[in-house]
Write a protein that binds this ligand. Structure first.
Ligand SMILES: [Zn+2]
Length: 392
């Protein structure tokens, strides 16, 4: 074992690692997947959590907007329930947590902390009452949109689609109320997925620092889901003059990390869409609906023909954000179980997280900076969001 390896193991084992985005709840509900099961094509289970020393995960509560039209709240509650049931099934290994103190307490007790974040403001069905109830059930962040714009905020996913109605300035009056209510409750405002205009409006409105739960750097991979250098700096300064600023949690998806992969995936898109549509038609003929996992399998099949980018490209994104926005403003937002394609080489599951620590140390990041990136920064923001909530 080289000295470098020993150092990485020490840092890795002593760090409280927080990942802010995993789509595993789709598997809980649609595949009856249990976290104690083998990965079976997935990227997160209890074994990989232990091997990767993952301390806390924000499970994504994501409601597919087309399939569940008219049932957003129902699906949201089913996904929340699925996370709560996993915690109830494995009380010796994991605990449901709703505060930063809770994350630290779980870590001391050698338990994995499960948290929840809603991905897509459409889940609240234009109701602050629903927002408050989701908070009461344990949800601690919400991306204002997913890839679909809603009645009060715009998404990067359809901002160029002229058929889709959009807001005038990025957020409607109700959208501002949503952000204020999130601030008041102590729910982190998550700007991953939103359009650029909605991003800047949300930052102007939020009284607490914001997070990007799973977004990478546009300077390295030009995709609207990624953030420009100006946006990275804006997140670092979010929350006002007395704030220590927000955090950008890097998305591991190869299509957001590597320009070559992103371009190749874009070129395959017509074929992939066609294949998914054909399968959908077949399922409809059989009187059933295609699950997210089935669609992902098709997308993965095509994406697997594209060479995976090296891990160094993912580290480049962390490095870029640390240089542009500051080392206090970058973290990990894997998007495990949520990407229709491969992660960079060597990253197959949460068990591979130590490779990121090693790579950061190899690039001369200090132990302290590594711990900030691996989870410390997110904890700081979470504490501050709670403090702002108490003030309001
Ligand atoms: Zn997402």
């Amino acid at each position: 074992m080289s000295p470098g390896t020993r150092l990485a193991a020490e840092v890795q084992n002593s760090a409280l690692i927080v990942d802010t985005h995993a789509d595993t709840p789709q598997r809980f509900v649609d595949e009856q997947f249990d976290l104690a099961d083998p990965l079976n094509g997935g990227q997160l289970n209890l074994d990989s959590i232990h091997l990767g020393n993952l301390g806390a995960e924000f499970f994504s509560i994501w409601v597919e907007p087309t399939r569940f039209k008219g049932q957003y709240a129902r699906r949201t509650l089913e996904l929340i329930d699925s996370v709560q049931r996993q915690v109830a099934k494995h009380p010796d290994q994991m605990v449901l947590v709703v505060t930063p103190e809770g994350i630290e307490g779980a870590h001391r007790a050698h338990r994995f902390a499960a948290l929840m974040g809603i991905e897509g403001g459409h889940s609240i069905e234009n109701s602050l009452a629903l927002l408050r109830q989701y908070f009461a059930l344990g949800v601690r962040y919400m991306t204002l949109t997913w890839s679909n714009s809603n009645d009060w905020a715009d998404s990067s996913g359809d901002i160029d689609d002229t058929v889709v109605p959009h807001t005038q300035d990025g957020l409607t009056e109700f959208g501002k109320d949503v952000v204020h209510e999130m601030n008041r409750l102590g729910m982190m405002v998550d700007i991953s997925h939103v359009s650029d205009r909605t991003f800047y409006r949300a930052l102007a409105v939020s009284r607490a620092p914001v997070i990007a739960s799973h977004s990478s750097a546009r300077a390295l991979c030009n995709h609207l889901r990624n953030m420009s250098d100006d946006m990275l700096c804006a997140v670092a300064k979010s929350g006002g003059p007395h704030s220590k600023g927000g955090v950008v949690q890097v998305n591991f998806f190869s299509g957001f990390v590597s320009q070559a992969y992103c371009d190749a995936l874009e070129a395959l898109k017509p074929k992939v869409d066609q294949a998914v549509a054909a399968l959908e038609e077949k399922a409809t003929a059989e009187g059933r609906e295609l699950t997210y996992a089935e669609k992902q399998k098709v997308r993965r099949g095509y994406a697997d023909t594209i060479p995976r980018p090296p891990l160094s490209l993912l580290i480049d994104h962390i490095d870029h954000i640390a240089k542009v926005a500051g080392v206090d403003h970058v973290g990990l937002g894997s998007d495990f179980d949520g990407v229709g394609g491969q992660l960079p080489e060597g990253i197959d599951s949460a068990a591979d997280l130590p490779k990121i620590t090693q790579a950061l140390l190899d690039r001369a990041y200090s132990d302290e900076d590594c711990r900030k990136i691996l989870g410390g920064n997110l904890l700081r923001v979470f504490y501050e969001v709670e403090a702002v909530s108490r003030e309001l």
